[in-house]
Write a protein that binds this ligand. Structure first.
Ligand code: ATP
Length: 436
């Protein structure tokens, strides 16, 4: 369902610089969208057009299929629903304290004092800023200021949040934490749009990508489609995402399986052909591509039955009936990933389940899970990039537990099951405290 759309948009600044030219985009509700382009390609100008701050010279912008109007009532409405977080938080934060700054938007929307108090406290809690509420903004670090700027927008409960270069000036942990937060917010059904010149970020994070150059959109599509066209990337003076580049190099050398391009480390690991190659003696009638049974595994190596067949595919036949065979991946011993829905957290049950589940590593996704874990003294080994890191841990044979809640429970379950299905590796996955 389209939430924001532009048709043949054009905008020229008063000094004659055309910053947006013939731009047609369609943003669907609940998606994560990235606009990728070098400095000056027009991303910030487009964002200011999308929430009515600038008015186009030509073309139109549709919000829920209705053209935006520019009278003050309509503009208030669109700015409430399409919030922008500027690249530099100093352009956005101006009140004497964090509390007042985050309360500015809701106060302007006509909320009562109690309503403002409730919404500001909830937002500060959600953004992990509660302890800073009485501080003046100029005493905060760059990362904290960024969060305050986002909190000011989130407090108005917009449908769409637009963030101009959200990760600029953040250290790696701060960047991961912010992405975690944006993903969580997206799971509440919010549409999130970012601009970035970081192709790796756009490739890994977005559902849909627009590539911009010289005031125009020059390519668009899923991240693989939009960011693998070398001509378009050259025109935009950008390079391919690192994962795609590694994948293509592996493919050229025959080291990768020919399935979809990897988006993260577990998928990249999975594209690698297993190194289980072996010289074996084969019967004279054997052909390349045949499956051979090479014997049995037993004891702790057998997963599915006490005695398990070891199969291998013939890759190459040499003279004297010698062949190179590749072991079938079936029977790969991985660990497991259990999820625990923190909306239904019960300390006693949790302790019991953990004891029985033989968990070695615990991770938490989302603000609520992390703060319950902190309050309850549950030791967390993984707090960012949790799904990927849990899959990698499980691939090393360990059992992990992910604490999460809300829509992220099913999201995590789906991601892990998709990985298991695509890789053919049997991971044990389940939700500990949900009965089916
Ligand atoms: N207020 C302004 N007056 C005149 N020209 C401007 C103004 N703001 C931006 N521009 C010009 O418009 C073009 C697009 O700029 P814009 O800031 O939208 O790009 P951007 O892709 O967001 O860049 P960045 O990544 O550096 O933020 C550039 O050529 C820029 O110099």
């Amino acid at each position: 369902m389209s939430i924001l759309e532009t048709k043949n948009l054009k905008y020229t600044y008063p000094d004659g610089t055309t910053a947006i030219n013939n731009v047609d985009i369609e943003i669907n509700k609940g998606k994560k969208i990235a606009f990728v382009g070098r400095n000056g390609s027009g991303k910030s100008t487009l964002f200011l057009l999308l929430n009515g701050t600038l008015e186009p010279d030509e073309g139109e912008i549709l919000y829920h299929n209705e053209p935006i109007k520019y009278d003050s009532k309509s503009l208030r409405e669109i700015r409430k629903n399409v919030g922008i977080v500027f690249q530099n938080p100093d352009d956005q934060i101006f009140a004497p304290t964090i509390y007042q700054d985050v309360g500015f938007g809701p106060t302007n929307l006509g909320y009562s004092k109690d309503e403002v108090d409730e919404v500001v406290n909830n937002t500060l809690e959600y953004m992990g800023l509660k302890h800073l509420k009485d501080k003046p903004p100029h005493h905060l670090s760059g990362g904290q200021k960024k969060r305050v700027a986002i909190a000011g927008v989130v407090a108005m409960d917009p449908e769409v949040v637009i963030l101009d270069e959200p990760l600029s000036n953040l250290d790696p942990v701060g960047a991961d934490e912010l992405l975690d937060l944006l993903n969580e917010y997206n799971h509440f059904g919010k549409t999130i749009i970012i601009s970035t010149h970081n192709v790796d970020l756009a490739y890994q994070w977005a559902d849909y990508v627009y590539l911009m150059s010289n005031s125009e959109v020059i390519n668009e599509g899923t991240p693989d489609d939009a960011l693998s066209d070398s001509n378009a990337l050259k025109k935009a003076a950008l390079t391919q995402p690192t994962y795609l580049e590694i994948y293509h190099e592996l493919m050229i050398r025959g080291l990768a399986h020919n399935h979809r391009a990897p988006k993260d480390i577990p998928e990249l690991v999975d594209t690698l052909k297993p190194l289980d190659l072996m010289w074996v003696n084969v019967p004279p009638e054997t052909k390349v591509g045949d499956y051979l049974n090479l014997g049995v595994m037993y004891g702790e190596y057998a997963e599915h039955s006490p005695y398990e067949a070891v199969n291998a595919r013939v890759l190459h036949i040499h003279e004297n009936n010698m062949a190179i065979v590749e072991f079938d991946r079936h029977g790969f011993r991985a660990g497991g990933i259990m999820l625990y829905d923190m909306d239904k957290y019960e300390p006693d049950e949790f302790g019991e389940l953990i004891k029985d589940a033989d968990i070695e590593v615990i991770g938490a996704m989302g603000k609520k899970s992390k703060s319950i874990a902190e309050d309850e003294g549950i030791p967390l080994s993984i707090t960012t990039n949790v799904i990927d890191r849990s899959i990698l841990t499980a691939l090393c044979g360990k059992r992990c537990l992910i604490l999460t809640n809300g829509g992220m429970v099913d999201h995590a379950l789906k991601r892990i099951n998709d990985y298991a299905e695509n890789s053919g590796i049997e991971l044990h996955v389940g939700i500990l405290n949900r009965r089916y």
